[in-house]
Design a protein around this ligand. Structure first.
Ligand code: NAD
Length: 476
């Protein structure tokens, strides 16, 4: 009998009337049973978070920093269990840039957030006035997460919220709820009841959260289409919002690039987590003069990277996480082929159990074909030939996406010039898909609203409160 997981509301395990089987995308085996939470569960979680907020907001900065350090320790102490569970339900390998890496990120991020602070700013300290700017918590934060990096993204939402005095209700993706349910259960062992609650269930719960009158902020990571719905339904209650949405990151390889040396960075920039990463490289524009060499170097590398069941020794890439994503990748590659694409490697789903799609490199298509224009979110990279750098920049920018972009080459001045012209929240030089807890991250255009990480990311969990008084001794 598969294990039943439970929600955590007000520090207590909560069962549901119905459960759904969560299956391993590598072989279809049942990993566990996830509770189908209802609107009533959501309401009770929000009520618990609201009650907890009354006292959590009064805790000192030091107490909250301690709580985040305790979270980091719980994550580190339980990394083995959580990473194994994550691999079984998400599909990513344990090793490489997989589950153990993700759990390491969770603990590291939490520790970093513990060390951050938002000191009071003195805006005026004159003979007349003393005006202070404080950062105060917003209230109950609703966190809605996707299935690609379920635990790391949950930690990005939860820990800064708690650090700044808010309380949280999190709803994981229906595709990967188990590791989040278990993680939140563990985190509750070091936090007062109600500070972090988790409710699992269908998409509907996310919509209910976005409109909930007692949720004051929603932090959402997911697709652009859903992000727009969240924003629309949050309008009724004027919620604060952070939206981290999809990307179709372009990379431009300049004529002077040492492509053999850069190939590994290009490869992992595109294929991290089998391409199921918002900030992965999703279309690569390569100058005519280095086009063949780039294709050769990437193809050679692609053929050496082992893909397989994430729990198996040696796997560095896993399957697609779910049937919907698997079908989408198949559809986009078939469409590209119908538009004259040449497949350098991969190009058809792997036979056998699981949602495996091989590492696929495609040439011979341009902008206007879906595989170049849309977010594929899978292990497929279109490599597009260009002859004029201005044209490559124009094509890279000619999209509604604006998460990251990158430029690859040897001349530092040219690299910087191109970087300045690329329209994205983050532009990387000779690397891709790199984030850090001290560096604000977010998309422009349709790729998002607001940032996470760094000082600005932390501030996003607060509102400004001004205390304006006459200077001591002044009666004015
Ligand atoms: P998704 O939008 O389908 O789902 C994300 C979450 O939203 C899930 O928890 C889902 O249950 C919930 N949801 C569904 N309908 C909802 C509604 N009407 N209202 C509120 N919530 C609702 O996204 P996904 O398929 O899980 O994730 C893949 C997408 O996420 C990709 O586009 C990827 O680029 C993006 N993503 C972005 C970032 C980033 O930081 N920018 C990070 C990871 C993933």
């Amino acid at each position: 009998m598969a294990r039943k997981f439970e929600m955590t509301i007000n520090g207590q395990p909560v069962a549901a009337a119905e459960y759904v089987e969560i299956k391993n995308p590598a072989d279809g085996s049942v990993v566990g049973l996830s509770p189908l939470g209802t609107r009533a569960h959501l309401d009770s979680a929000v009520a618990a978070a609201k009650r907890a907020f009354a006292s959590w907001r009064e805790t000192s900065d030091e107490q909250r920093a301690d709580a985040c350090r305790a979270i980091a320790k719980v994550l580190a102490d339980n990394a083995a269990e959580l990473s194994q569970l994550l691999t079984r339900e998400q599909g990513k390998p344990l090793k490489g840039l997989g589950s153990e890496f993700e759990l390491g990120g969770c603990a590291g991020w939490s520790g970093y957030v513990a060390s951050q602070s938002l000191p009071v700013k003195i805006l005026e300290d004159s003979p007349k006035n003393r005006i202070e700017q404080h950062r105060v918590p917003i209230g109950v934060v609703g966190s809605i997460t996707p299935w690609n990096w379920p635990l790391l993204i949950a930690i990005w939402h939860i820990v800064p919220a708690v650090r700044t005095g808010n309380t949280v209700v999190i709803k994981p993706s229906p595709f990967t709820p188990l590791s989040t349910l278990r993680m939140i259960e563990l985190l509750n062992s070091v936090l007062p009841p109600g500070v972090i609650n988790v409710v699992s269930g269908e998409d509907r719960l996310g919509a209910d959260m976005s409109a909930h009158p007692d949720i004051s902020k929603v932090v959402f990571t997911g697709s652009i289409a859903t992000g727009k719905k969240v924003m629309a339904s949050a309008a009724g209650t004027l919620k604060a919002l952070t939206l981290e949405l999809g990307g179709n990151d372009a990379g431009i390889v300049l004529p002077d690039a040492d492509v053999e040396k850069l190939a590994e960075g290009l490869f992992w920039g595109a294929f991290i987590n089998s391409g199921q990463t918002c900030g992965a490289l999703k279309r690569l524009y390569v100058h005519d003069s280095v086009f063949e060499r780039t294709c050769q170097a990437l193809t050679k590398l692609a053929q050496t990277i082992p893909m397989g069941d994430g729990s198996a020794e040696g796997s560095l890439l896993g399957p697609l996480q779910n049937e919907r994503q698997y079908q989408r990748v198949i559809e986009l590659v078939e469409d590209a082929k119908a538009h004259g694409a040449k497949v350098l490697t991969g190009g058809a789903p792997t036979q056998g159990p699981g949602y495996f799609y091989p590492i696929t490199l495609v040439t011979g298509i341009e902008d206007g074909v879906r595989l170049v224009d849309e977010e594929q979110f899978g292990p497929v990279l279109p490599i597009v030939r260009y002859t004029d750098v201005d044209d490559a920049i124009r094509r890279a920018n000619g999209t509604d996406f604006g998460l990251d972009a990158s430029v690859w080459g040897s001349d530092p001045e040219l690299l910087r010039k191109v970087a300045q012209r690329l329209e994205a929240g983050t532009v990387l030089i000779n690397k891709h898909a790199e984030i850090a807890p001290h560096v604000p991250f977010g998309g422009i255009k349709s790729s998002g609203l607001g940032v996470e990480f760094g000082q600005e990311g932390l501030e996003a969990y607060t509102t400004i409160k001004i205390i304006n008084s006459p200077a001591s001794g002044s009666t004015a």
